[in-house]
Ligand binder design. Structure first.
Ligand SMILES: CC(C)(COP(=O)(O)OP(=O)(O)OC[C@H]1O[C@@H](n2cnc3c(N)ncnc32)[C@H](O)[C@@H]1OP(=O)(O)O)[C@@H](O)C(=O)NCCC(=O)NCCS
Length: 153
């Protein structure tokens, strides 16, 4: 069952994020202090996000387990010719290994897309190193459009 995350989901959201980061970036090699700091930051972030109208974290629940999660973070830019400047960044996508290739992430992205339209969002976007996520989203109509210039602190 797909539903929005609520504050009691925060520990599961943190575990899922850590598992995602570990899989993508080997965060398991972090020293214990850094790992604890990351956990605290994630707990604070998700506690706020669960009650923020500009964030939506959808969870796909299977029995008592959370099988998959996908987040949508809304940003408000100045309106421009062609759209209202309200965009949502698709983030924190993760399906637990035992639940993959069952269409769960596709359903989460579709459900989030419908909700973002209701909230007045005019475009979704994401950035990913995951070939699987890119392929999946291309199948849902996402197109490669922009490369960004970043200043990293
Ligand atoms: C990428 C990821 C989120 C995909 O989640 P998922 O729930 O397996 O996604 P889906 O099942 O909707 O789609 C995955 C693939 O399974 C296929 N699929 C869907 N239902 C299927 C079914 N019943 N039988 C066989 N294949 C199926 C989809 O067509 C898709 O194929 P593709 O890879 O050729 O595009 C997941 O692999 C993951 O969490 N990876 C690690 C973290 C990560 O990369 N996160 C993204 C960061 S941006």
């Amino acid at each position: 069952m797909i539903r929005p995350a609520v504050p009691s989901d925060v520990p599961a959201l943190v575990r899922s994020r850590l598992a995602q980061q570990q899989e993508l970036y080997s965060v398991g090699n972090l020293d214990p202090d850094d790992q604890r700091r990351l956990q605290e930051r994630l707990s604070g972030y998700f506690a706020r996000a669960c009650v923020d109208d500009d964030a939506l974290f959808l969870v796909d629940e299977e029995g008592s387990a959370i099988a998959a999660i996908c987040g949508f973070s809304i940003e408000h830019q100045p309106p421009q010719i062609g759209d209202n400047g309200v965009y949502a960044y698709v983030c924190d996508a993760y399906t637990a290994p035992g639940f993959r290739r069952q269409g769960r992430m596709g359903r989460l992205v579709r459900a989030g897309t419908a909700e973002m339209r209701k909230r007045g969002v005019s475009a979704l976007y994401f950035d990913s190193i995951s070939e699987s996520m890119i392929r999946l989203c291309q199948g849902l109509g996402f197109e490669h459009r922009h490369d960004y210039y970043s200043l990293i602190f």
